[in-house]
Design a protein around this ligand. Sequence first.
Ligand SMILES: N[C@@H](CCC(=O)N[C@@H](CS)C(=O)NCC(=O)O)C(=O)O
Length: 195
Amino acid sequence: MRWALDEAGLPYEERLIGFEDQKTESYRRMQPFGQVPVYEEDGLVLFESGAIVLHIAEKSEALMPSEPNARARTKTWIFAALNSLEQHVQNYTSLDLFFAKEEWAKQRRPSALETLQGRLQDLARWMEGREYLEERFTAGDLMMSSVLRIMRHTELLAKYPVLAAYHQRCEARPAFQKALAAQMAPFAKNAPPGM
Ligand SMILES: N[C@@H](CCC(=O)N[C@@H](CS)C(=O)NCC(=O)O)C(=O)O
């Protein structure tokens, strides 16, 4: 979300919240599932990263070309990232992150990995000879590389050099670097001494 705003060159202010805020009634009126992020703009409240990124992209040629077909392709890739990739990435990574010791997770892992690798292979095939998903960087790449980022603690992407290079290319963008530094800053400020 920050990354999208930085790519679009739009000003914004952050508001940090705590876990206890997420579960309050007033927060749930903004985000029915009590999750982050929430986006507010002149009385409009949005939730769901994909919807927020799409909304920001609608305002920015840098994120979504004005040409109608290119716009439709950008939206297609946003949905592809969230629908065709993210669920398999989350499914697989959550087994190791949250359920590593569970017997059922050990049994589920090989098939979850196989499905995910199938999707990554398909995406790698698409990316062969391309710099971005379409002719140039769009919000589709922003969403797709954000989904690939979920696997950063694994060795998986390294198995697909074309995807690893694509992911790096997206994250090397100045707007990503700026957004990441801004996102990490409050953690550094609040870290216990010595960290
Ligand atoms: N589909 C939602 C997912 C949001 C989500 O998973 N948020 C996490 C943090 S990245 C969260 O708030 N987790 C705490 C919780 O679910 O209570 C989106 O993209 O906005």
